[in-house]
Ligand binder design. Structure first.
Ligand code: FES
Length: 104
C-alpha cells in the first residue's frame, strides 16, 4: 500500500509498505527522528505517536485500552492520535495519510 507521511516540519514523504508491516516500521525506516519506537512495537512506550487523517479513521483497528492509556501520557494527544505500531498496512488503508506527532 502507499503511505503519505507528513513530517513535523510539514514536509511530505511517500512510502510503499507490505501488508506485514506496521506504519511505525515504515516511519522508522524513513529515519523520522520523532519516531523513536523505543519498545519496538510492544505497546509500552508511546514514542511512535502519529495523527491519522480523519478520512481513514473508521478503517483503523479499534484502539486497545493500553494504547489509549499511553496516548493519555502525551502532551500532544488529539482526537486523531494513534500509536503507529498498532496500525498495520492492510489494503483498506491504501493511501493513508499520517502526520508525525511532536516528541514529548
Ligand atoms: Fe512503542 Fe509503539 S513503538 S508503543
Amino acid at each position: 500500500i502507499k503511505l503519505h507521511i507528513v513530517t513535523t516540519d510539514g514536509d511530505d514523504l511517500y512510502a510503499e509498505a507490505d501488508e506485514s508491516q506496521s506504519v511505525m516500521e515504515i516511519l522508522r525506516d524513513k529515519n523520522i527522528e520523532e519516531i523513536r519506537a523505543l519498545c519496538g512495537g510492544q505497546l509500552s512506550c508511546a514514542t511512535c505517536h502519529v495523527y491519522v487523517d480523519p478520512a481513514y479513521a473508521d478503517r483503523l483497528p479499534p484502539m486497545l485500552a493500553e494504547e489509549d492509556d499511553l496516548l493519555d501520557s502525551s502532551d500532544h494527544r488529539t482526537p486523531e492520535s494513534r500509536l503507529s505500531c498498532q496500525i498495520f498496512c492492510v489494503d483498506a488503508l491504501d493511501g493513508i495519510k499520517v502526520t508525525v506527532a511532536p516528541s514529548d
